[in-house]
Design a protein around this ligand. Sequence first.
Ligand code: XMP
Length: 184
Amino acid sequence: MHRDIERVLFSEDAIRARVTELGASITEDLSGQDVVLLALLKGSVIFFADLMRSVSSQIRVDFAWVSSYGDRTESRGTVDLKVFPDEDLGGKTVVVVDDILDTGRTLAAVVERLRQDQGVAAVKTCVLLDKAARRVIDLGADYVGFEVDDVFVVGYGLDHADRYRNLPYIGVLKADCYGGDEAS
Ligand code: XMP
């Protein structure tokens, strides 16, 4: 285990099994629809790569780059949609895929942006982790991998200051690794 990790929450095996289940649910629920899986960068990148291979129906993929955290462990409260797909999403069922649902601001901003696009047939949401205790916007995801308590987690794409994304498991970051970095 990495020296900055206090404990492992979800092992590689546990993640693999759960992502397989999520992919099967998406396949079953959305079969026959024109589906675009939309990854929110950067955090969802590893989850996304595994999830898309667990969906067995025909899908397309696209990417959006959204930022709300920077190097901090507290949300700034504003969501910056840096890059958004410019393909025509008319008639598509868009499944927004993110690593973690925390305050809900990120997912709410992306969903709202997609709903402004009149032609989108449906918007669904899929997150690997749900930290419900921290929600400030009343929003749930259609597909959730695991519930997590109010702890700062890293690995499997999740970062702190852009580090730890390449850990193959999800673990709790030791408090002294971000203690001086909290939002005031
Ligand atoms: P909101 O608050 O908009 O947050 O729902 C979603 C984004 O916040 C980041 N986030 C975390 N990143 N460990 C992380 O590495 C965490 O415990 C954590 N909580 C929130 C994440 O980027 C997500 O997309």
